[in-house]
Design a protein around this ligand. Sequence first.
Ligand code: SF4
Length: 79
Amino acid sequence: MEDLVRLKQTMLNITHELLSGCRFCVQIASDCDDRTPVHCVKYSGCAIPVQINAATCLSCQEYKKNAKRQEKPEIATSS
Ligand code: SF4
């Protein structure tokens, strides 16, 4: 039973890590038993988020686009 709880917590931590760069993600629930832990405003179309599950985020992949935007370009130096 402890292993299952630990696995759920690990999955939730991974979800947190993946979505930290998504501009549509408002909040992620801390309860690892929550089946829809992600609060997203992309699919609500307004400021009030809808709760979705991690599988929806994986298929949406908006977090990848935002992560690319956050990358800083390298600054070329001449010596
Ligand atoms: S569903 Fe898409 S837009 Fe919404 S939080 Fe997940 S990755 Fe971001």
